[in-house]
Design a protein around this ligand. Structure first.
Ligand SMILES: CC(C)(COP(=O)(O)OP(=O)(O)OC[C@H]1O[C@@H](n2cnc3c(N)ncnc32)[C@H](O)[C@@H]1OP(=O)(O)O)[C@@H](O)C(=O)NCCC(=O)NCCS
Length: 154
């Protein structure tokens, strides 16, 4: 598997994974707008097939944010999601980011376990965060730029 930067022709496959993974998927124009605004956008590719992606950006000087991550159902529980997050964390470190935040639906227990395994902690509940008024869990992870291989050690 390789992890590489998103390219414009990847959009249909990313959209397909997004639509199969979320009940409120981002529409194509929003995904492209986020990309055009300069967000980090990586895809995981196996045998020429895109099997997952991650979108992230720098929100404040020292704070990064994971906007979206999804892996094709057929390829889950195979470390694809972890590799995407590790790669994003390495990029954040290059920009001296020390805190990563993300929001996840309270009902998405699988994703919450996934993020905990990668060193994120549940920080607080954000009431009525989503359009359907479901609450979000705000999760955070510190990044220690002095520690070698910080992302993979925890
Ligand atoms: C969350 C998601 C990206 C994880 O991708 P993945 O490639 O399956 O993750 P990994 O294989 O790297 O998982 C690493 C570890 O996280 C934990 N984990 C991952 N998915 C899990 C699940 N559904 N339930 C419980 N634990 C889970 C496990 O400990 C796993 O290790 P293991 O397989 O050895 O037990 C994927 O399930 C997905 O696309 N879900 C739908 C979209 C989504 O919910 N995105 C996050 C929204 S904020």
């Amino acid at each position: 598997m390789i992890i590489r930067e998103f390219r414009r022709p990847d959009i249909n496959r990313v959209l397909e994974i997004e639509q199969k993974s979320f009940k409120d998927p981002y529409p194509v124009n929003i995904l492209l707008d986020i990309y055009n605004l300069g967000a980090g956008f990586l895809v995981a590719q196996q045998d020429n097939i895109i099997v997952g992606y991650i979108i992230f950006w720098i929100r404040f000087q020292d704070e990064g944010h994971i906007i979206s991550i999804a892996v094709d159902k057929k390829y889950r529980r195979n470390e694809v999601g972890s590799q995407l997050v590790f790669t994003a964390l390495e990029i954040f470190k290059r920009y001296n980011i020390t805190l990563i935040k993300l929001e996840v639906r309270v009902s998405n227990r699988g994703a919450i376990k996934f993020y905990k395994k990668l060193g994120f902690i549940e920080k607080k509940v954000l009431k009525d965060y989503y359009e359907d008024f479901e609450d979000a869990v705000l999760m955070e992870r510190n990044l220690d730029k002095k520690k070698d291989n910080d992302a993979r050690m925890e």
